[in-house]
Design a protein around this ligand. Structure first.
Ligand code: TMP
Ligand code: MG
Length: 212
């Protein structure tokens, strides 16, 4: 039974939108429905590059802004052979953050434009579905405060939200906006339905290339 591939499904959104919780539950639900499914996350902090990123995020080291941007991208590229192999073997991947986080966060810094920020990630495996979890600042506030990492401030996250909105204008990417202010079960159900459709649509399509 050659040819039937898995889908690449990405979850994006601001901090405290519930991405990690929903990603975990989505993997479990898809498995229960009989789809071979695995979860990934970016940054993947366990690799050598990932450790540099982790140290930057935790404010233990300082890195020049272009440099950290390229490290985030490199941290995706180093996983690409594995990602392609899994998709081709029929495994669906649910990914917590991807290149859209890379662009939304760096381009929120002074003197970075969207175009420059996208370039290092051009040609990555293209997600079959990008689920954007949108949560109002009010609801996000009820989910507790930020941690201590470098980007976890309200003023920076507001800029990030605007950049995500710009990225979502790109109709070459299969964005689905989900209202993540709803209760967790409703959100989960919607993500599951959208994902099952994406798996079905992707299974006999070639893996695309992002932003090419
Ligand atoms: P996390 O909280 O999901 O582990 O993500 C860590 C932080 O890294 C989060 O603030 C978003 C940011 N980030 C980037 O700046 N660029 C990237 O490419 C990725 C994947 C995350
Ligand atoms: Mg975080």
């Amino acid at each position: 039974m050659a040819g039937l591939r898995g889908a690449l499904i990405v979850l994006e959104g601001a901090d405290r939108a519930g991405k990690s919780t929903q990603a975990r539950r989505l993997v479990e639900a898809l498995k229960e429905r009989g789809y071979r499914t695995e979860g990934l996350r970016f940054p993947e902090r366990t690799t050598e590059i990932g450790q540099l990123i982790g140290s930057y995020l935790e404010k233990k080291s300082n890195l020049e802004d272009h440099t950290i941007h390229l490290l985030f991208s490199a941290n995706r590229w180093e996983q690409v052979p594995m990602i392609k192999e899994k998709l081709r073997s029929g495994i669906t991947l649910v990914v917590d953050r991807y290149a859209f986080s890379g662009v939304a966060f760096t381009s929120s810094k002074e003197n970075f434009d969207l175009h420059w920020c996208k370039q290092p990630d051009v040609g990555l495996p293209k997600p079959d579905l990008v689920l954007f979890l949108k949560v109002s600042p009010e609801v996000a506030a009820t989910r507790g405060g930020f941690g201590n990492e470098i980007y976890e401030t309200n003023s920076f996250q507001e800029k990030v939200a605007k950049r995500y909105a710009q990225l979502m204008d790109d109709k070459t990417v299969n964005w689905k906006l989900v209202d993540a202010s709803q209760d967790i079960e409703n959100v989960h159900r919607q993500l599951k339905e959208l994902s099952e459709k994406a798996i079905d649509d992707a299974k006999d399509q070639p893996i695309g290339k992002l932003w090419e």
